[in-house]
Design a binder for this molecule. Structure first.
Ligand SMILES: Cc1cc2nc3c(=O)[nH]c(=O)nc-3n(C[C@H](O)[C@H](O)[C@H](O)COP(=O)(O)OP(=O)(O)OC[C@H]3O[C@@H](n4cnc5c(N)ncnc54)[C@H](O)[C@@H]3O)c2cc1C
Length: 455
């Protein structure tokens, strides 16, 4: 397919589209004038890029495949309960996380979570004592420290974290205290699984330290704020991207739009699946980086009850689940809302497995765990609502992770423009803050700045 018309002349698509936040069913207004940018994807990266470009005087149109904005930041309401299906926490809001200022701008209600407000229960139903917990934590820390030193000193070739742990502390992976520590911290945080995570680089990113914030009425307030005033076209599945030194053309089925620039914020999993062909094809370097980076698997299961039978003031419940990564961690809604809801998770490999279970299967498997955790008064949830980030064709995974053989540089490569007109943003393109909302947001601003600098 060749580029249609002169660059800068945007063709009206045959599908009726509208201005601002619209669905495909409404009438098409005139397309904007001036330097034109198409942003592909209305997640945090796309919204941040579009907002900055619009504020700098460019004409910006966002094409979004779904019938909603926000991408992996999505508050879905069930039985009147706001459920954050994707991102839930703003990490380190008091340490410079830029999303923190946006919550204030949005006037959103916030709640500071407390990681130390946790009860951990063993598979036998007995509470893990501080002494036992400390011993597990110490063993993990010591092992990981030894691995890090070895990786640095010997300039070793990379290997999986599971192998590195096994070599450093044989048998550790069978210790339930160690398993719990590894899954509830590393597998949750990275979305990767120990057998795939790079022993060298699994911790290669940076964090805003301190406590975390949640938005009891839903994280969706943030994309809504960013979307204000933007020309966003929903239900526009981009099927093809072409670029040359003078511009880009973006196809949505049979309809093609032209612009001076495009910002591609397709998630790593979508790019890797090659479901949106790009012509000329992505550079060899980018294709290699893409094949090295991992796409993490994290899914949430929201358990909704008629009444609460658990300690209302405890933020989290940890569980020595017999299957590493499956239902090992529970968050208590009652600490910040009136709703009788617990959220549990599938991390790493289990993240992919739980989303293939039916609601009845989830309830059948989780209810005995709840009885182990909270005693015979625990009842089965009336609903178990599971997210499906892997199966979702517009996400194809939760967030990126450093798999064996990948390096921090791979994120930088993913952020490199292709030619002069095609730019890339998204959490996977942020070297420091990959896999996060703030990383996605900052990457969008970075690419807007890059376009502005090129003018
Ligand atoms: C379960 C889960 C929990 C998380 N928890 C946290 C957390 O607590 N804190 C945190 O900071 N981060 C968290 N994250 C990560 C965070 O949500 C993401 O890093 C961030 O939202 C990604 O933003 P993005 O703009 O890069 O991508 P996305 O939000 O995925 O945006 C990409 C957009 O592109 C659209 N798209 C895809 N294909 C097409 C197409 N063909 N045509 C047009 N549009 C298309 C998608 O629909 C989407 O809207 C979590 C993620 C998940 C899944």
């Amino acid at each position: 397919m060749g580029l249609v018309g002169s660059m800068g002349a945007v063709l009206a698509p045959s599908t009726p589209i509208g201005s601002r936040l619209v669905n495909a069913a409404t009438a098409a207004p005139p397309l904007p004038q001036g330097r034109r940018v198409i942003v592909i994807g209305a997640g945090m990266a796309g919204l941040a890029a579009a907002r900055k470009l619009l504020a700098s005087g460019l004409s910006v149109t966002i094409l979004e495949a779904r019938d909603r904005i926000g991408g992996r930041v999505w508050t879905d309401v069930h039985d009147g309960i706001p459920l954050d299906m994707g991102a839930g926490w703003i990490h380190g809001p008091e340490a410079g996380n830029p999303i923190s200022a946006l919550t204030k701008e949005a006037g959103a209600k916030t709640f500071m979570t407390d990681d130390d407000s946790i009860i951990v229960i063993g598979a036998n139903g007995k509470e893990v004592t501080e002494e036992q917990f400390g011993r597990g934590e110490k063993r993990v820390k010591k092992t990981l420290r030894r691995i890090a030193t070895r990786m640095e000193e010997d300039d070793q070739t990379d290997l999986s974290l599971a192998k590195a742990i096994d070599r450093t502390d044989p048998g550790a992976l069978r210790d339930p205290f160690v398993q719990y520590e590894l899954t509830s911290n590393i597998e949750f945080d990275t979305g990767g699984w120990l057998e795939a995570l790079s022993a060298k680089n699994y911790l290669g990113d940076e964090k805003y330290p301190g406590k975390d914030l949640i938005l009891p009425d839903g994280y969706g307030a943030i994309p809504r704020l960013l979307a204000s005033g933007l020309d966003i076209r929903l239900r526009q599945i981009v099927t093809h991207i072409e670029h040359n030194p003078t511009g880009v053309s973006v196809s949505i089925g049979a309809t093609t739009l032209n612009a001076d620039f495009a910002v591609v914020t397709l998630p790593l999993g979508v790019l890797a699946a090659k479901s949106v062909p790009i012509n000329p094809p992505l550079s060899h370097a980018k294709q290699l980086a893409m094949s090295r980076l991992g796409v993490g698997q994290v899914n949430k299961i929201f358990l909704i009850f008629d009444h609460a039978f658990w300690p209302l003031k405890t933020q989290y419940f940890g569980f020595h689940s017999p299957i590493r990564g499956r239902f090992a961690y529970f968050m208590n809604y009652r600490t910040f809302s009136p709703f009788n809801c617990l959220v549990t998770f599938g991390f790493g490999l289990e993240g992919g497995i739980v989303e293939r279970m039916s609601e009845a299967q989830l309830i059948a498997e989780i209810t005995p765990h709840l009885k182990t955790l909270f005693g015979p008064q625990a009842s089965a949830p009336k609903r178990a609502i599971c997210t499906h980030w892997n199966e979702d064709p517009f996400a194809r995974g939760a967030y990126c992770f450093a798999s064996v053989g990948s390096t921090k540089k791979d994120h930088k490569i993913m952020a490199q423009p292709e030619g002069q007109r095609l730019f890339f943003a998204g959490e996977h393109t942020h070297e420091q803050y990959r896999a996060t909302v703030h990383g996605a947001y900052l990457s969008g601003i970075r690419e807007a700045d890059r376009i502005l600098a090129s003018l």
